[in-house]
Write a protein that binds this ligand. Structure first.
Ligand code: 13P
Length: 249
C-alpha cells in the first residue's frame, strides 16, 4: 500500500552550517516514528554533508530540482547521477516557483520526470493552479493539462509521487480546505487511473501549501492524500517533528 510521507522543502533557506545544526537534534526527535517516510530537501550545497548525517537515521534525502542529462555543458546545473551518488532518493520536479520564476515549461518538466525514472530516482511532480484559475473554476482543466504533459508517453511507474500545490496557498498562510484538497487528490488519482491503470493505486498524492502543525491532519487524514509537502513550517525542527508525529498512526 501507500506509506505516508512528510516532505520538507527548504527552498533557498538554511546555509550549510544551519542545515547541519538542524540535524544535531532532529533525527532523535523523530527516531521512534517508523511508519512515516520523512524526506528532507535542502539546498544542493548541503546534500553531501547531510548524506553522511542521515546514515543510521530513518530520514531520507531529496533534492529540489535537477537537470535531465547525466552530465554536459550546462553551467549551474546538477545531474541525476550526482544526486544518486549522494544517496538522494527523491527529487522535486516542476515546483511552481521553478515554473514561475525560472520559466520551466511542461516539456522540461516531462524530461526531468523521465530522467528521474531512468536513473531510479523518485520524482515528486508538483502541479497546481493559480488564484485566477481557481476562482474561474479551471482547477481540473489545469491539473489535467499539467499531469498529462508531464507524463506523456511515460510508462506507468509507482515511483511517482504527485504533489497538489495550489499556487495561491503556497507561503500565504491560506491553505486549501481539507475538503477541496481531498476532492482534488481524488480527481488526480482518477486521471492517473485513466493514464496508468492499476498503478495509480500505488502513486502517492500529497498536498502542499501553508501546511503547519495545526492543520496537517486536515489533509493527511483524507483517503486520497498520502502526505504533505511543506515549506515554511518545515524549517523549524520542533514543527517538523510535530508534523511527522501527527501523521504517524
Ligand atoms: P509553504 O508550506 O511555505 O506554503 O510552501 C509550500 C511549498 O511550496 C512546498 O513545496
Amino acid at each position: 500500500m501507500r506509506d505516508p510521507m512528510v516532505i520538507a522543502n527548504w527552498k533557498m533557506y538554511k546555509t550549510l552550517s544551519e542545515a547541519v545544526e538542524f540535524f544535531t537534534h532532529f533525527p532523535a526527535e523523530v527516531g521512534k516514528v517508523s511508519d512515516v517516510e520523512t524526506v528532507i530537501c535542502p539546498p544542493f550545497i548541503s546534500l553531501a554533508d547531510l548524506s553522511r548525517l542521515v546514515k543510521n537515521t530513518s530520514l531520507i534525502l531529496g533534492a529540489q530540482n535537477m537537470h535531465w542529462e547525466k552530465e554536459g555543458a550546462y553551467t549551474g546545473e546538477i545531474s541525476p547521477l550526482m544526486l544518486q551518488e549522494l544517496g538522494v532518493k527523491y527529487v522535486i520536479i516542476g515546483h511552481s516557483e521553478r515554473r514561475n520564476f525560472f520559466g520551466e515549461s511542461d516539456r522540461v518538466v516531462r524530461k526531468k520526470v523521465d530522467a528521474a525514472f531512468k536513473s531510479g530516482l523518485f520524482p515528486i511532480l508538483c502541479i497546481g493552479e493559480n488564484w485566477d484559475q481557481f476562482n474561474n473554476g479551471e482547477t481540473k482543466k489545469i491539473l489535467q493539462e499539467q499531469l498529462s504533459l508531464a507524463l506523456e508517453q511515460l510508462s506507468p511507474n509507482n515511483k511517482l509521487v504527485v504533489a497538489y500545490e495550489p499556487v495561491w496557498a503556497i507561503g500565504t498562510g491560506t491553505p486549501a480546505t481539507g475538503e477541496v484538497a481531498s476532492g482534488v487528490a481524488g480527481y488526480i488519482r482518477g486521471l492517473l487511473r485513466d493514464l496508468w491503470g492499476e498503478v495509480a493505486e500505488n502513486v502517492r498524492i500529497l498536498y502542499g501549501g501553508s501546511v503547519n502543525p495545526d492543520n496537517i491532519l486536515e489533509f493527511t487524514g483524507k483517503p486520497d492524500i498520502d502526505g504533505a509537502l511543506i515549506g515554511g513550517s518545515s524549517l523549524k525542527e520542533k514543527f517538523l517533528a510535530q508534523m511527522v508525529r501527527a501523521v504517524s498512526k
